[in-house]
Design a protein around this ligand. Structure first.
Ligand code: NI
Length: 146
């Protein structure tokens, strides 16, 4: 862990109150931890528009009774080729499926893939989380297959 530096921030009282309400809701024990996470998020958002290699998970909830949706999801993953490292499928109930697609590639390619899938009729939730190792990603993603 690198050395900690202290810094002060001036904020309007109302804004600080709102911030404390938010971080309490999210379960943070103190402001420092919450601010660190916000800074990390902002730094990560910056790589979204770049060509940097990142890993990402796309979490989907969809209604598998919508005609052709399951086929379209399978097709789009085949078309993405090596970018898709793994996918996990859970049958939630009679209608809904949960799928988590783990990807690695250029952030803009992963974003584009997520946008295409989210736009499909029947996809109720599509949450993309991008991450990197903090350094440049090396090519050693570990995947476990059965
Ligand atoms: Ni299912």
């Amino acid at each position: 862990m690198s050395q900690l530096s202290r810094t002060g921030v001036s904020l309007e009282e109302d804004l600080l109150k709102e911030f404390d309400r938010l971080i309490a809701k999210r379960g943070y024990e103190n402001r420092s931890e919450a601010i660190r996470d916000l800074i990390r998020e902002a730094l990560l958002a910056e790589i979204v528009d770049s060509n940097k290699q990142v890993v990402g998970t796309l979490t989907l909830v969809y209604d598998h009774h919508v005609p052709n949706l399951a086929d379209k999801l399978t097709e789009s993953q085949h078309a993405a080729g090596a970018m898709v490292l793994a996918a996990t499928h859970v049958h939630l109930d009679h209608h809904y499926c949960l799928e988590v697609i783990i990807m690695k590639g250029r952030s803009k390619d992963i974003q584009a893939m997520a946008d295409r899938i989210r736009a499909l009729k029947g996809v109720e939730l599509g949450k993309l989380v991008l991450a990197n190792s903090g350094k440049e990603l090396k090519s050693h993603a570990h995947t476990h297959s059965h």
